[in-house]
Design a protein around this ligand. Structure first.
Ligand code: AMP
Ligand code: MG
Length: 335
């Protein structure tokens, strides 16, 4: 009798867990990679295999692209000044250079010496003096990065130059994770790589994914975005910073002066079909500030929407973003 009761109980528990996810199998992987916490969730018959494949692919990319990993291709490029890169690393360096040029240098993948100087790499934070900053800035000219498409080499023309793909690699990894997951039988997935979110398909109940954007101030949310099959990528000074003598210094640097970007923005979210573009632009628009970002958006044919939170707490969105978001803030729409 006891056995039968136990069996019934187990059956009920199994039925309950199925109904919670709309009758679909659910799998989640929470892990740390690319120096951030990541979470990949999928629904469907092959949810577990899809999530495992995504995690494997992200970790593979981290081991190629991480400038701090002594075995990575980017580490080798930075120490040798000229190397043959694998297909992924070469593609991403080339894309980083393309986005750097499209954003008029606001996105700059050659700021590693500067990030090091500020202590953002070894987490021994310090405020460098002007001379140190001027010297490190001399190593940040992207014209001195020479990719060769034919033999996949990249050459750094100045000794001491170092590439940092930290502003774009998570977007690229999110796209790759979605690509490998598409080979499995899943109905939907949400990939969150430390603020780089990619939504795939629909939720088990058939509705759109709800991406909550963190409010840089306090614990609440700035906005909720309803999407499917889009990247929703957020950059903000609040993600990594230190304080010294009452001032806050954060990790997104202005390539024009070598200091943390002080452009009047607290956070930038980019919504796009293209994860890698969204990642590069979230960093670039944060550097540009409100007015430049708006001008860039109006001129650009890149295909993206944006949500900006200014230092004086105004929420400014492109029309496409305003159409799919809800927020307690008053929304100022840019057409
Ligand atoms: P994200 O969180 O995508 O905005 O990327 C920030 C990271 O990109 C930093 O931690 C640096 O590694 C790197 N970075 C900082 N400033 C820039 C910049 N102006 N352009 C490109 N990458 C940057
Ligand atoms: Mg970025």
């Amino acid at each position: 009798m006891k056995k039968i009761t136990a069996l019934i109980m187990i059956t009920i528990i199994i039925l309950c867990s199925c109904s919670i996810s709309g009758g679909e199998k659910k799998a989640v992987a929470d892990f740390f990679s690319m120096d951030t916490y990541m979470s990949v969730t999928a629904y469907g018959d092959e949810a577990q295999s899809a999530v495992d494949a995504a995690k494997k692919r992200i970790e593979e990319l981290d081991s190629l692209l991480n400038a701090e990993d002594k075995n990575s291709e980017i580490f080798r490029l930075n120490s040798d000044g000229k190397v043959v890169l694998g297909e992924n690393s070469f593609e991403l360096v080339t894309l980083a250079l393309e986005y750097s040029s499209l954003t008029d240098g606001a996105f700059n993948p050659a700021l590693h010496p500067l990030s090091e100087l500020w202590g953002f790499i070894d987490k021994k934070y310090r405020v460098p003096d002007k001379k140190e900053i001027t010297d490190a800035l001399k190593l940040s000219d992207t014209e001195n990065i020479i990719p060769n498409k034919k033999n996949k080499t990249v050459k750094l023309l100045k000794s001491g130059m170092e590439i940092d793909l930290g502003g774009i690699a998570k977007g690229y990894a999110a796209a790759e994770a979605a690509r490998v997951m598409s080979g499995y039988n899943i109905s939907g997935a949400i990939i969150n790589l430390g603020g780089n979110v990619r939504t795939v398909g629909k939720k088990p109940d058939g509705s759109l994914w709800n991406v909550a954007i963190k409010n840089p101030v306090g614990d609440g949310y700035l906005a909720n975005v309803k999407t499917t099959d889009k990247a929703v990528v957020t950059s903000g000074g609040y993600e990594r910073y230190f304080e010294k003598n009452g001032r806050t210094y954060h990790h997104i640097l202005n390539p024009d002066n070598g200091y943390p970007a002080d452009s009047g923005l607290k956070s930038v979210t980019i919504i796009s079909d293209n994860d890698t573009l969204a990642d590069a632009l979230s960093t670039a628009l944060f550097v540009m500030g409100e007015k430049k970002a708006e001008r860039f958006y109006k001129k650009s044919k890149l295909g993206f929407d944006f949500i900006l939170l200014t230092d004086d707490d105004r929420l400014i969105c492109s029309k496409g973003a305003a159409d799919i978001l809800s927020s307690d803030y008053e929304i100022n729409v840019i057409e």
